[in-house]
Design a binder for this molecule. Structure first.
Ligand code: DAH
Length: 353
């Protein structure tokens, strides 16, 4: 009997066992387990080869040959199976990631600018058209600019109308956009020409919120400083503004008023765009709607900003875009603007993204 008879038989048995096991594997992991079982470092084939060192010189290459034969037939079947399983796995992945191009697309939701922003930008555009710059100021402001330089010194009774949120005794959330007047006048170089600016932004007051008051709302400040600015310039500017915003037939009316930073001061009404002046519920049957405060800049305000009030004069105005939007779009409660209820905000998408 040949020296390697036992090994030959073992290898035959292994071949008979291994090839069906390879065929039976249903995934790459199971297939690899078969490889380790037979061909791994401590696999069944290695076991068989352990006698090698005790064999005669003739028998050794014979066993080597038998082992090579085993390896070849194993590898051939194994590689074919591996390729088959890899292809199947790929097909499965492709199927699971398939895109159904016949499905209707998902419509992207595109946001829109808030109606207050739209209103402010409309007003900004209008003033840009008249040569104004847009200047923004900080919402957390110094008492110095918010009150002091607006001619509202400590203990001035008019401060009560604008109760604020104080950070400390010198710093507060600005109660109006007027402090930007002071900041801009200080920064302006009049040798380069007149100062014409509007300043839109948020303002804050410690009011009790109700249908027409919110602790946060918006203002647009306007300021022009040049030589010989008069109330006629103010009136003409505001008439153009009202007509562009509300319609060609608009009229405006100036009523005397009081603001510490202007002298004289006026309140400005526009003829009711709802009824054209006949009287309706929008204008409380008066035919007029108040939309802003304005006036000729108080000489003290100019002088506090180092401007020679004997040479220069100014006009200023402050208007509330929330109120303009409420009137223009018949919104009955200012709080709607700030609650972000989509049923409300979506009414103003109007394609103006
Ligand atoms: N700052 C004023 C307020 O918040 C509004 C105002 C009135 C601004 C008259 C002005 C102005 O510039 O001239 O009540």
């Amino acid at each position: 009997m040949s020296e390697i008879h036992a090994q030959r038989e073992q290898l035959q048995e292994l071949t008979q066992a291994a090839l069906p096991e390879i065929e039976a594997a249903t995934n790459l992991k199971d297939l690899d387990a078969v490889r380790v079982k037979y061909m791994g470092r401590s696999g069944l084939v290695t076991e068989v080869s352990k006698v090698m060192k005790d064999l005669s010189n003739e028998a050794r290459p014979q066993l080597g040959q038998l082992m090579n034969d085993f390896r070849n037939s194993f590898t051939q079947v194994f590689d074919a199976k591996k390729e088959e399983l890899e292809e199947a796995a790929l097909q499965e992945q492709l199927a699971s990631e398939a895109i159904d191009v016949t499905l209707p697309g998902r419509k992207p939701t595109i946001g829109a600018r808030h109606i207050i922003t739209q209103t402010m930008e409309e007003i900004e555009d209008l003033f840009i058209g008249m040569g104004y710059q847009i200047i923004e100021g900080p919402e957390v402001e110094l008492d110095l600019y918010n009150f002091e330089m607006m001619n509202l010194p400590q203990n001035h009774p008019a401060r009560d109308m604008q109760d604020s949120f104080y950070i400390d005794s010198e710093v507060l959330l600005r109660t109006h956009t007027s402090p930007v007047q002071a900041r801009t006048m200080l920064a302006h170089n009049f040798e380069e020409g007149p100062l014409k600016m509007i300043s839109p932004g948020k303002v804050f007051r410690r009011d009790n919120d109700d249908a027409t008051h919110s602790h946060q709302f918006h203002q647009i400040e306007g300021l022009v400083v040049d030589k010989k600015i008069t109330l006629a310039d103010l009136k003409g500017t505001l008439l153009v503004f009202a007509q562009q915003l509300f319609g060609e037939d608009q009229e405006i009316r100036l009523r005397p008023s009081y603001f510490p930073f202007t002298e004289p001061s006026v309140e400005v009404d526009v003829s009711c765009f709802n009824c054209g002046g006949d009287g309706c519920s929008v204008c409380s049957r008066t035919g007029w709607i108040e939309i802003l405060g304005a006036g000729i800049v108080h000489p003290k305000v100019l002088e506090m900003a180092n401007i020679d009030a004997t040479k220069y004069s100014g006009m200023a105005f402050g208007l509330g875009p929330d109120r303009v939007a409420m009137l223009k779009y018949a919104v009955e409660d200012i709080r709607h603007f700030y609650q972000n209820d989509l049923r409300f905000t979506r009414q103003f998408q109007g394609g103006q993204n």
